[in-house]
Design a protein around this ligand. Structure first.
Ligand code: ADP
Ligand code: MG
Length: 362
């Protein structure tokens, strides 16, 4: 079911509500046929951006281009965009089939054979055949969400906008639907913008992720770029579960002094050179980059406080004086609560952030 996808460009788009910037000078370039995830905490401006792309909201300043044409003041109905929300708007008195047909019939310019063909394709894509005669109240949450998606697909829009469509589903259904969205994108080849506050959805679904906080873009990149090279402390702690360990350190003659741990960690002269102008920094280490080692000047002594076996991996919540460190270890290794361990880390896996601005330094 081919659609002709559109590109989307936002140029310095801002939206002011009641004197504060819900969206602050956001510039985004989304290519034709791309699957982009807009991720950030609740209230950071994600829905406002989607609503401006759909034309349901006007930017206070800035421009929006669809397929290279200025669409800033285009009516929503002339944008050829379908939006799917968290709460799926189905007509309760209509069957699934009628729900799928209704939007097309309302438009008035599709023949009944065209409607039948579009519905048939959509039913096949989403596997809706077994539930076509049911009314929404006899459907599960996941089925309702599939029908809501179907109502968007029958329209063959040039752009799909999804606003947290999986938030109301249980964990198992969310995982299943994440995979379905991937398949759907491959099959439809349409431009898709998917909004979520859930970093796992962002990491697993997007070709590219746009990470937002306080109405501003923090970083744009592939999931692995954001994970491996976070632009700042916000992205570093937002992307990744459990989050990156981030703590303050000072440069002393003995190496890096981890303040809360009261312990020093020797580093190479090259690494040390970075601290000449910046004696105090934030250090970031992902839980998987510690290695449990033997006692040495290059290791940090910790005590295991909590053990979380997750099946495919085990998390150790450890403590070194006032410094808490989460460590990811193999599920096959045996540890005990209260056990003393030594952690070492490779300096090439250390992230550094400016202690006052949070900006990445490496
Ligand atoms: P998100 O979708 O990321 O949770 P929103 O885009 O809904 O965030 O909201 C961003 C900010 O704008 C929030 O502080 C919200 O309270 C505010 N906001 C959104 N819509 C309106 C509105 N119609 N009137 C006033 N403030 C609004
Ligand atoms: Mg929202």
């Amino acid at each position: 079911m081919a659609t002709a996808p559109s590109s989307i460009e936002l140029r310095n788009v801002s939206k002011n509500y009641l004197g504060s910037e819900a969206v602050d000078s956001v510039s985004i370039n989304i290519h034709k046929g791309e699957f982009v995830v807009l991720v950030g905490p609740s209230g950071c401006g994600k829905s406002t951006i989607l609503r401006m792309i759909a034309g349901l909201e006007q930017p206070t300043s800035g421009e929006i281009f669809l397929d290279g044409k200025d669409a800033t003041s285009l009516e929503p109905k002339d944008r050829d965009i379908a939006m799917v929300f968290q709460t799926h708007a189905l007509y309760p008195h209509m069957t699934v089939l009628q729900n799928l047909e209704f939007g097309l019939k309302l438009k008035g310019h599709y023949s009944s054979s065209e409607i039948r063909e579009r519905v048939r394709e959509t039913v096949e894509i989403l596997d809706l055949e077994p539930i076509l005669d049911r009314k929404p109240k006899h459907l599960s949450g996941g089925q309702r969400q599939r029908v809501a998606l179907g109502r968007a697909i029958v329209r063959k829009p040039r752009i799909f906008l999804f606003d947290e469509p999986l938030s109301n589903l249980d964990a198992k259904m969310r995982n299943q639907m994440r995979v379905e969205f991937g398949r759907l994108h491959t099959r439809l080849q349409a431009t898709m913008v998917f909004v979520t506050h859930d970093q796992t959805e962002a990491m697993t679904m997007g070709d590219r992720i746009i990470c937002l906080a306080d109405g501003r873009i923090q970083q744009v990149g592939t999931p692995m770029e954001l994970y491996s090279h976070p632009a700042n402390e916000f992205v570093a702690s937002f992307i990744g579960v459990p989050p990156m360990n981030i703590f303050a350190a000072q440069w002393t003659k003995d190496g890096l002094f981890f303040e809360k741990a009261g312990a020093s960690f020797p580093v190479s002269p090259n690494f040390a050179a970075m601290f000449r102008t910046m004696p105090r920094v934030l250090i970031g280490v992902r839980p998987e980059f510690f290695t449990v080692s033997s006692a040495s000047p290059k290791s940090i002594p910790v005590t295991v406080e909590v053990i979380e076996p997750l099946g495919s991996e085990t998390l150790l919540y450890t403590q070194c004086n006032d410094l808490s460190l989460v460590v990811r270890v193999s599920p096959l290794a045996k540890y005990e609560v209260g056990e003393k361990l030594y952690l070492s880390l490779d300096e090439c896996n250390i992230h550094l952030f400016d202690i006052s601005t949070g900006a990445g330094l490496l």
